[in-house]
Design a protein around this ligand. Structure first.
Ligand SMILES: [Zn+2]
Ligand SMILES: [Zn+2]
Length: 99
């Protein structure tokens, strides 16, 4: 579920259109595993500071087409700030020691 401050954005027509057009451009294929993409993930995380900045929120360069699985992994594996982080095989920052 989206954070309170992000709810208005995720419910907006602008995002709905952007998300759909982006996923269509990727043929609804997950960019990581080739599965069925249902999510346009923001590479730069949305924050209360950037939520009104279309260069972040609606910029295709900041989006990645992901399936539910890869999206779950993406969000559970990462920390917002760097400490004990490493790059995984995709070049993404992940937590160094997962217990
Ligand atoms: Zn996937
Ligand atoms: Zn995401």
């Amino acid at each position: 579920m989206a954070q309170e401050w992000a709810r208005g954005f995720y419910n907006s027509k602008a995002w709905e259109k952007c998300r759909l057009a982006f996923l269509q451009s990727k043929f609804f294929i997950c960019e990581r595993c080739g599965g069925a993409a249902t999510i346009a993930h923001h590479k730069t995380r949305l924050t209360p500071e950037n939520i009104h900045d279309p260069n972040i929120t609606l910029n295709w360069d900041n989006l990645e087409a992901l399936c539910q699985d890869c999206h779950n992994k993406e969000h559970s594996a990462k920390l917002p700030v760097a400490e004990g982080l490493m790059f995984d095989e995709n070049g993404d920052l992940v937590k160094e020691n997962r217990l």
